[in-house]
Design a protein around this ligand. Structure first.
Ligand code: 3PG
Length: 217
């Protein structure tokens, strides 16, 4: 059984993966996503202000489902949770960070693209994995092939997902949700094109709702 956190991700279907260069854009970005109908964001720890951006969003939008992405170390995991992150995401399996988060009851989406990595995560109790970089690793066909030996797991593919391939991923029975930067592009945030972000998110949500997706059992 998947917990309410995973059920929320399934219901939204899409996770904006965001890079914030200017701290002053964080609050308006979060507000824009909420106005578009998507109270969910993953802030990647790829810019110097990322942890501060998480904190700013937590303070200004207490109810948004807030993730910290690109977690590579235990220290980054701790800092992100202290700043207000509800969940953590990594491109790989940072074992110390993963163990700590599981001990604290904090949802963690680690990256796995090989049977070995999936098995390692499964043994720690992980059932939902980020699949990154999805398109480069073989896309939906790769997800299908790698899922066969592991009937319980689900994937959140990211990397190369956009409006035109969203449906193919989301209608696959092993895909819980997808993530990507196409929803709130870095240059749109930097240049203040929040109307563009709102339109992109609304269009993607409409597409998600129009799909006939396998239920999350
Ligand atoms: C991620 O960290 O999930 C990816 O960088 C998102 O990939 P995209 O920019 O191709 O959407």
């Amino acid at each position: 059984m998947f917990s309410p956190f995973y059920r929320s991700l399934y219901a939204f279907g899409i996770i904006p993966v965001v890079e914030i260069d200017d701290l002053n854009r964080a609050e308006v970005l979060a507000g824009t996503l909420i106005e578009a109908g998507l109270p969910l964001v993953e802030i990647t720890l790829r810019t110097p202000v990322a942890v501060k951006a998480i904190q700013r969003i937590r303070e200004t939008h207490p109810k948004i489902l807030l993730g910290a992405g690109t977690i590579l170390t235990l220290e980054q995991a701790r800092q992100s949770v202290s700043a207000g992150a509800d969940f953590l995401v990594s491109p790989g399996l940072p074992l110390d960070a993963l163990e700590w988060a599981l001990g604290e009851g904090i949802p963690f989406l680690p990256g796995a693209v090989t049977p070995h990595e999936i098995l390692q995560g499964l043994r720690m109790g992980i059932e939902v994995f980020k699949f990154f970089p999805a398109e480069t690793m073989g896309g939906v066909a790769a997800i299908k092939a790698i899922s066969d030996p592991f009937p319980s797991i689900r994937f959140i593919p990211t990397g190369g997902i956009q409006t035109d391939n969203l449906a193919a991923y989301l209608t696959h029975e092993r895909v819980l949700a997808v993530g990507g930067s196409w929803l709130a592009k870095r240059q749109w945030i930097t240049s203040g094109q929040f109307d563009q972000i709102k339109a992109q998110v609304k269009a993607a949500l409409r597409l998600v709702q129009s799909l006939s997706r396998p239920p999350l059992t």
